[in-house]
Every structure is written in C-alpha cells, then in structure tokens.
Design a binder for this molecule. Structure first.
Ligand code: AP5
Length: 214
C-alpha cells in the first residue's frame, strides 16, 4: 500500500503518518524530516535547504525527488510507503509517478486532510517533538503523560522547529495554496482521492483514515 497524505502545514500529516506506521507497518517518508536531518548533518543538500526552509519556501523539486527515490530504494520492496509532505508541486507529482513506476509500485490512496487554516497557526506554534525519538507533542492538544518525559522513549529533551513561527507558517500556507493544492485534480482524475475532516480530534481523524484504508 502506498499513500499520499496531503494538507497544509499543521493539518496533521505527520501525526497521522506516525499512527499508520504503528498500525500497518508502513514506512513514513517525510521530505520535511529528511531535509531537517540534512540541515542538521550539514550535508550539501542541507546547506542548500536551510535558508529556504527557514523562509517557509519550497526546496527544489530535484532535491526532494532524489531524496524520495533514495529512501524507497533503501526500503524493502514489500513495505508500503506513506508520503508525508511530498509531492508538493506538479513537477514532484510527475516525478513520483516515474519513481513509483520504475520500482514496480503504484499509488493506492491520496488522503486530503481538510482544515481551517486560521486554527492551524495555534497547532503549529504549540508543537514540539522528543529530541531522542521524534515523537510529536503539543502544548495543549497532546502533552506527555508525565510532564517532561517522552511517553515513547522516556527521553527528557524536547525541541521546536525554527520554521514554526507565525510569519513563516503564513508563507508555508501560501506556498501550499499556490503550488500544492493545484495537484489534487491530477489524483482526482484517477479516482484515488479521499477527504477527511482534519479539524476533528486526532482519534477521529485516525478512524476516518482507517475507514478509507479498510
Ligand atoms: P514539512 O516538514 O513537510 O512541514 P509541513 O508540510 O509544513 O507540515 P507540518 O510538519 O508543519 O505539519 P503536519 O501536517 O505534519 O502537522 P502535524 O502532524 O505536525 O516541511 C517543512 C519545510 O520543508 C517546507 O516548508 C519546505 O521548505 C521543505 N519541504 C518539505 N517537503 C518539501 C517538498 N516536497 N518540496 C519542497 N520543499 C519541501 O500537526 C501539527 C500539530 O498539531 C502537532 O502538534 C499535533 O500534535 C497537532 N495536531 C495534529 N492533528 C491534530 C488534531 N486533529 N487536533 C488537534 N491537534 C492536532
């Protein structure tokens, strides 16, 4: 099973992808996470991507498509993928078709998380992750069970993303409207798009996605 999760920044793509990984043994392929890892490691890709990401703009199509191809090659052929934050432009959608076809894979579902953008700023500016295992949390919506301790790995260090401030979030949303939302009709024409109310609580969103995959 190969799935695209689509939605603006803060729609819950990463949150739901983590749940699908746990329930279905799929692999989450987040281009945002890959780019952040490259920035942290100071690789040539990371050096190119850093300022672009901090401004809330999109990194080049060639870079992200190459990252996705490499990750798919590193996965077992029998493991399904959740594309989280990719594709984000018509050129990336076209590249993904070629990347999947050349590896004997096909897209099964494109799931759009429909959300109210104004509510997303609060979601994004309140989020943080465990510095050790990457589990996501939120100041209001998803706190660790024991304050200061990660539920998943017991770690005590947490971090916030440098692009999670209101100004950058607004730019990221504008990029989504201008470049990413227009790719939906490509998949609608193939009859593989489903829509989920991303403003519902997290468990309800998960249940709606599970109903689509059943
Ligand atoms: P990326 O890392 O992909 O960020 P994004 O698309 O902006 O998405 P987010 O991670 O911000 O949001 P999300 O939908 O995953 O929400 P989450 O689940 O965390 O990209 C970052 C940057 O990298 C881009 O700006 C660009 O520069 C570059 N980049 C990446 N991919 C690229 C590509 N393909 N091409 C070019 N450039 C690329 O949820 C947010 C918060 O809300 C969390 O705290 C969560 O706990 C909470 N929450 C989630 N669901 C709910 C709910 N139902 N109710 C209440 N709270 C909820």
């Amino acid at each position: 099973m190969n799935i695209i999760l689509l939605g603006p920044p803060g729609a819950g793509k990463g949150t739901q992808a983590q749940r699908l990984v746990e329930r279905h043994g799929l692999k989450q392929l987040s281009t945002g996470d890959m780019l952040r890892a490259a920035v942290k490691a100071g690789t040539p890709v990371g050096l190119q991507a850093k300022a672009v990401m901090e401004a809330g703009q999109l990194v080049s199509d060639e870079i992200v498509s190459a990252l996705i191809g490499d990750e798919l090659d590193a996965m077992g052929a029998g493991t399904g993928a959740i594309f989280d934050g990719y594709p984000r432009t018509a050129a990336q959608a076209e590249s993904l078709d070629a990347i999947l076809a050349s590896r004997g894979r096909q897209l099964d579902h494109v799931i759009e998380l429909e959300v109210n953008e104004d509510a997303l700023v609060a979601r994004i500016t309140g989020r943080y992750t465990c510095a050790t295992c990457g589990k996501g949390y939120h100041d209001t919506f998803e706190k660790p069970k024991v304050e200061g301790t990660c539920d998943k790995c017991g770690g005590h260090e947490f971090k916030r993303r440098p692009d999670d401030n209101e100004e950058t979030v607004r730019t990221r949303m504008a990029e989504y409207r201008a470049k990413t939302a227009p790719i939906l009709p490509i998949y609608e024409a193939r009859g593989i798009v489903s829509r989920v109310d991303g403003m519902a609580d997290m468990d309800a969103v998960t249940a709606s996605i599970e109903a689509i995959l059943a």
